[in-house]
Design a protein around this ligand. Structure first.
Ligand code: DG2
Length: 250
């Protein structure tokens, strides 16, 4: 039996990644570097012969465009697509739109790390009327208002992401399709936590770089054959992971 093939791809660098701002559900675009990363991601897929049969994305432009650019490069722009808010980035609550370095300076290292990387401490709630709220965004109208996030910790992301994993992604894998998931730093951390069975404590130390495809080959129980999977460009991934880790300190 050949293993199931799952490719995870965090979007390329966004305008707000570049500015070092907390983004969450704010729908910012890729910058030029991000577009180049996405194209390179598509080239890496082609070079490995990893041609996706189906795409799953979040509802956010930076993930959607990353997939379009990468798949275009791989000549797979035509494959079927499903999109879900359940793959969206973690809702960053009242931190959305705030500068990461300023937040670190204002609240200190411990609080900053709790908000950014603890498993179960969400940032303060973002009010519905606030500048960077998505409360009135029609793309989220289908989410019952009591479920619609106003802030999330990683644990909340795991809870809302897992139903999509089991109901939408696993069936595609079970059909033998090579599945591409384009999503975000924290929604992918949630998925990797599940796949690799990472503890609530250890997940704080896991960071995902932009634009580098991460291949998971999965066994019959949809568990990784190799823990952590394999980045298609491991050297670039290593450097980029360090950069994500140190983001407040720019
Ligand atoms: C980043 C992740 O999400 O930020 O929301 O600011 O992957 O959509 O760019 P992404 C954000 P950190 O949790 O790494 O600070």
């Amino acid at each position: 039996d050949s293993p199931y093939r799952l490719v995870l791809l965090r979007h390329g660098e966004s305008e707000w990644n570049q500015k070092n701002l907390f983004t969450g559900w704010v729908d910012v675009d890729l910058n030029e570097k991000g577009e180049r990363e996405a194209a390179r991601g598509g080239e890496l897929l082609t070079a490995e012969g990893l041609l996706p049969d189906v795409l799953h994305t979040s509802l956010l432009r930076r993930a959607i465009r990353t997939a379009q650019i990468a798949l275009d490069k791989a000549d797979r722009h035509w494959i079927p697509v499903r999109r879900s808010w359940r793959l969206n980035e973690r809702h960053y609550g009242a931190l959305q739109g705030k500068d990461k370095a300023q937040t670190l300076a204002e609240f200190g290292e411990e609080q900053f790390q709790l908000w950014r990387r603890s498993y179960d401490t969400p940032p303060p709630v973002l009010d519905d009327g606030a500048e960077f709220s998505q409360a009135a965004d029609p793309r989220y109208a289908e989410i019952p208002s009591e479920v619609r996030p106003r802030t999330e910790c990683l644990k909340d992301v795991v809870v809302r992401m897992l139903p999509y994993w089991y109901d939408a992604i696993v069936p595609d894998l079970a059909d033998g399709r090579t599945v591409l998931v384009t999503a975000h730093g924290n929604s992918l951390r949630a998925l990797v936590k599940h796949l690799d069975g990472i503890s609530d404590e250890a997940i704080a130390g896991l960071n995902i770089p932009t634009g580098i495809p991460l291949l998971y080959e999965l066994d019959a129980d949809f568990k990784p054959l190799t823990p952590g999977g394999r980045y298609l460009d491991p050297d670039a991934a290593k450097a980029a992971i360090e950069a994500v880790k140190n983001q407040g300190k720019k």
